[in-house]
Write a protein that binds this ligand. Structure first.
Ligand code: DNO
Length: 348
């Protein structure tokens, strides 16, 4: 297992030098944040991230993410051109870096969704939360809502148009569009020896009436069969899948690791509330609803040898920065996960 840390590039307030000092840290997970979804990633820009990471004594072996242009998900417009561009980005990564895994998602319009980004917790820290009652009052079509995972490039008019397009796209149509993408991309990924790793939908249920399909064991089974290749794998995000009580994440992660299809793990904990809302908690099992020991043990017992990163942290010790992506709580999370891994790796 390789411990990694998400780094947002030169503009990230979290310095590479600080990431390097976290024990057991092998590398950073990063992206080209200035390239709009759908455009080709230039070789020189990829090399820049690699050089920055390597210069700080860190690897750059995981991309999170090459975002998909929405035409690929809707199966319309210029999808073939955007898929060609995606393929070129994979080839450029092969040429200019040591990247082995690409994380991406197939969530229509909105990436991960929360209703508050700085909900105060009793210990004085703050965290991201998803309250169902708050979501019901949010209107995405105002164009005014902004969350860290959302593409701010969508104007109000574009959003309205996208929502119209999605009226004709049910789950089965979305599956067909995903299949079209995978059948084009996975052979190229295999040729480049770079593993594709889809991120589950976060949260794993439909948002604002838009379809979502990467949500549960049945659908992950189906996904892996669409193209039955190790190059078509998973970013197993414990917090995304785990906020639905119906997902047994310990069982699922063990099963997919045994199949050799988990290439990247996002490890975080969530506290599930009575009505199915949830708060992001510290990584420690007792702070949330997930069994982090069980998760790490399932990975170990099933031969996991991919990448892992501590996912979202709370904001603690007065830190300010990108919601979920400060240094301090994620560093605590990394150490906790490393400690668990060491413990489950001992025979006696
Ligand atoms: C949130 C992240 C996601 C993830 C994308 C992958 O913190 O896990 O935004 O990067 O869904 O494409």
């Amino acid at each position: 297992m390789k411990m990694t840390f998400r780094w947002y590039g030169d503009s990230d307030p979290v310095a590479l030098a600080n990431i390097r000092q976290i024990p057991n840290m092998s590398g950073v997970v990063s992206s080209l944040y200035h390239i709009p979804p759908g455009e080709v990633w230039p070789v020189a820009d990829i090399a820049h991230v690699k050089d920055a990471a390597n210069g700080a004594g860190l690897e750059f072996e995981v991309v999170e993410s090459i975002p998909l242009h929405e035409d690929i998900r809707t199966g319309s417009g210029d999808r073939d051109r955007y898929i060609e561009n995606y393929i070129q980005s994979i080839r450029n990564l092969k040429q200019a870096s040591d990247v082995k895994v690409i994380c991406y998602n197939f969530m229509p319009v909105f990436d991960w969704t929360r209703t508050r980004l700085d909900h105060p917790l009793p210990d004085g820290s703050n965290a991201l939360v998803y309250y169902k009652s708050q979501l019901e009052k949010m209107d995405p079509l105002t164009g005014e809502l902004a969350l860290p995972g959302w593409d701010a490039a969508h104007s109000k008019a574009e959003l309205t148009q996208l929502f119209d397009t999605y009226k004709n796209i049910d789950n089965e149509a979305l599956w067909r569009n995903l299949e079209y993408f995978l059948k084009a991309i996975v052979p190229v990924a295999a040729e480049c020896d770079i593993k594709m790793a889809i991120h589950p939908d976060d949260p794993p249920w439909p948002i604002f009436g838009l379809p979502r399909i990467i949500t549960c064991e049945e659908n992950l089974d189906r996904f892996l069969k669409v193209v039955d290749s190790p190059y078509n794998g998973l970013t197993f995000c414990t917090g995304s899948l785990g906020c639905a009580k119906s997902n047994d994440v310990v069982k699922m992660i063990g099963k997919y690791a045994a199949m050799g299809r988990v290439h990247f793990v996002h490890a975080r904990n969530v506290l599930i509330l009575e009505d199915g809302s949830f708060e992001e908690s510290a990584h420690y099992s007792k702070c949330g609803s997930l069994d982090m020991v069980g998760i790490l043990r399932a990975l170990k017992q099933n031969g996991f040898d991919g990448y892992i990163r501590p996912d979202h942290g709370r904001m603690i010790w007065g830190e300010t920065g990108k919601p979920g992506y400060g240094l301090y709580d994620r560093a605590l999370g990394a150490m906790y996960l490393t400690g668990l891994w060491e413990a489950v790796s001992k025979n006696k």
